[in-house]
Design a protein around this ligand. Structure first.
Ligand SMILES: O=C(O)C(=O)C[C@]1(C(=O)O)C=C[C@@H](O)C=C1
Length: 663
């Protein structure tokens, strides 16, 4: 091998390339602004998803020719387009509301510098190239009062979070304010454990946090019963407390970016229960704004319907009649009128549009109280996606056979939930690209958790490219530092949009595993473990229940009943093979059992070929399983991942899955 060039020189080249990239991005941004100007003249909508599709398809193709991964190019450009759309929106909105064009905005927000509200407000001002004067407040009331009294131009109020849901206090504050909602902004909330430099998680005894992050990180905190939780009025206050304490035994929950303002180190990252943890903020001001018709707009209104039966339905039917989409509905008690509710509605429409105006007139007639809190540009830019065939990494499943779920004519029993003869429609389990129970035939890979994170990342890519939608991870109790490794593998799988399923072989593992993965599999050996079944029944993630090699179909369904009884309705049944008379041989797949399961149960059926079927028979067995109505197959991929692109996963598995989807 030739001696590589000196590290310093390579780094200089990278630095210079990065500068060029930034120049180009800035140039692209100003071109996008030019487009906005011509759209202002022609009155054309900002968003042109057809143009975005063509652009993404071409870039993914060109990127591939240069050796760049399709997902990488796609997500890079989705981010660039989001920025472009939001900039165009901010420009046109500013043009339509000249009084908002200022050098500085004084913004009232919760907490102090470094809080999530501060970060959201900062982002809002940056987008508008306006300097931010910050006015930290102690409560939502104080924020609203600061704007009402003219001390601040805008107030930032967190309204909902993807993990913890709506923030009731903010809805209550909105009932009584004279302010209007003039904008919204959504930020990624990356909760970290922030501590003094050099601290380790094992040192931490006390954790300071606002109640919202505490509820959003409940699974992580549940794994650390030794932490003493101290509630704070904002994340900034929590960070301030840790800074003041100046010791290694205290930590705060907050963003890494905010923590840096307090010289705190993020010693644990990704604490939130959900992979995507975002908070949406609304922006309130004294004067309402006009939204140009080219921008996607949202209207928020509050109404009280009175206690007539069907009054709410009647109001919502008006929206339907005018083809208006309601994206959110909340209800809050009305102070002083027990059991009466105030409803909050977000409607995807411009207040100035004819259908919204007509709907308001009708709703006013049938409600006791109605008030529009504001109309503002919708800042959620839904990324334009490419189909799998456009991404050219997975067979086009659009031609896949749709297997009709088996129907039976039996009436559902009154109360008891049962895996057997209970309801007609098949249970549907949908996560990322996995869609089970809706007639699709899915492919799951079975992989053993390894030690090498880099190899795991490579395997995830190969597995995705072969056409799998999910991965069952086994061998969790055989590796040291399992939770960290599992987290790393799940991260790699999610990067390729693969669903991560953990195989539970021992009950005590579940507390560490469930918070990290998307689904669980109870292995056949645990099929009779009633405590474990009840435990997974109380969770909110899908569970694959594997049939014990000695169990009858009836026993499998009885075990499924235990899970269903606890509330978890997302149960899948898995046939991996049963014992035959030939004691020396592998177990045999019970194909007749699969037919029977499909006949009597609404639960989806997965067949695992890993133990019962030889590699040479994968193809014909899989075809048979598909014809019998199985919803998914599981194939083993251990030892088949190689660094070269013609590895077994890509080669044989890829071919097999392509054929399956085409037939
Ligand atoms: O081409 C346009 O119409 C643009 O507004 C530019 C652009 C882009 O950034 O590429 C942005 C938004 C549109 O949805 C499509 C493309």
């Amino acid at each position: 091998m030739n001696k590589p060039q000196a590290l310093n020189q390579t780094r200089q080249e990278i630095t210079s390339l990065d500068n060029d990239l930034l120049e180009l991005l800035a140039k692209r941004r100003s071109l996008s602004l030019e487009v906005a100007k011509s759209k202002e003249v022609d009155v054309r909508p900002i968003r042109d998803t057809q143009r975005e599709k063509e652009l993404l398809e071409r870039l993914v193709k060109q990127g591939r020719e240069k050796g760049l991964d399709a997902h990488y190019v796609l997500s890079l450009y989705q981010g660039i387009i989001e920025d472009s759309v939001l900039n165009q929106q901010a420009y046109l909105h500013g043009r339509a509301n000249p009084e908002t064009q200022k050098q500085q905005y004084c913004i009232a927000y919760l907490g102090a510098r470094g809080s999530y509200s501060y970060l959201a407000a900062n982002r809002y001002c940056q987008r508008r190239q306006v300097e931010m004067l910050d006015l930290g407040c102690q409560s939502f009331d104080e924020i609203v009062h600061s704007v009402e009294s003219g001390h601040a131009d805008y107030g930032f109020l967190p309204i909902e979070n993807t993990s913890s849901g709506s923030i009731n206090e903010v809805y209550d504050v909105l009932q009584h304010t004279s302010l209007s909602i003039v904008g919204e902004t959504t930020i990624e909330v990356g909760h970290c454990l922030l501590a003094k430099q050099g601290s380790r998680s094992n040192d931490i005894k006390t954790v300071y946090a606002h109640p919202q992050p505490i509820s959003q990180c409940s699974r992580f905190l549940g794994l650390h019963p030794e932490f003493k939780l101290e509630y704070c009025s904002s994340s900034a206050e929590a960070m301030e407390k840790v800074l003041q304490a100046d010791c290694h035994s205290v930590a705060a929950i907050g963003s890494a970016e905010g923590g840096a303002l307090y010289q705190l180190e993020a010693i644990e990252k990704g604490l939130a229960n959900q992979n995507i943890n975002q908070s949406r903020f609304i922006v309130v001001a004294r004067k309402s704004v006009a939204v140009p018709s080219q921008l996607p707009a949202k209207c928020t209104l509050i109404m009280a319907t009175g206690q007539k039966p069907g009054a709410l339905v009647e109001a919502l039917l008006v929206l339907k009649a005018h083809d208006l989409n309601m994206s959110k509905l909340e209800s809050r008690p009305i102070p002083g009128t027990p059991w009466e509710e105030m409803f909050y509605l977000d409607i995807d429409a411009n207040l100035a549009s004819d259908n919204m105006q007509a709907a308001l007139v009708e709703i006013e007639r049938i409600t006791r109280f109605i008030k529009v809190l504001g109309c503002y540009p919708c800042e959620t830019v839904k990324p334009t996606q490419l189909s799998n065939s456009q991404l050219m990494i997975e067979p086009d499943t659009s031609k896949a056979d749709v297997t009709e779920p088996l129907q039976n004519d039996l009436e559902a029993p009154a109360q008891r939930r049962s895996a057997k003869e209970y309801k007609q429609q098949a249970t549907e389990i949908v996560d990322r690209q996995l869609s089970i129970g809706s007639g699709n035939f899915n492919a799951l890979a079975q992989l053993t958790l390894g030690n090498d994170v880099e190899v795991m990342g490579q395997q995830a890519k190969l597995i995705k490219e072969a056409g799998y939608q999910a991965v069952i991870i086994q061998g969790l109790n055989q590796v040291a530092e399992m939770p960290q490794k599992l987290r790393a593998l799940c991260h790699a799988l999610h990067q390729f949009d693969l669903v991560a399923i953990a195989k539970i072989e021992q009950q005590p593992d579940i507390g560490k595993i469930a918070p990290v993965v998307d689904m669980l599999q109870v292995c056949g050996k645990q099929m009779f473990n009633q405590d474990l079944l009840s435990l997974v029944g109380s969770l909110h993630i899908p569970v694959i229940l594997e049939r014990n090699t000695m169990a009858s179909i009836d026993e499998l369904l009885k075990s499924a009943d235990i899970v269903l009884e606890q509330g978890n309705q997302q149960v899948l049944l898995c046939e991996s093979g049963i014992r035959t008379f030939d004691q020396s041989a592998k177990p045999a797949l019970d194909l007749a059992g699969i037919i029977e399961l499909k006949r009597i149960s609404h639960l989806p059926v997965v067949a695992n070929l890993s133990y019962a079927v030889e590699l040479v028979s994968f193809e014909c067995q899989t075809q048979a399983l598909k014809s019998l109505g199985a919803d998914a197959i599981v194939l083993p991929v251990d030892g088949t991942a190689t660094h070269n692109e013609s590895g077994l996963i890509q080669g044989q598995h890829g071919k097999l899955l392509r054929q399956l989807h085409q037939n």
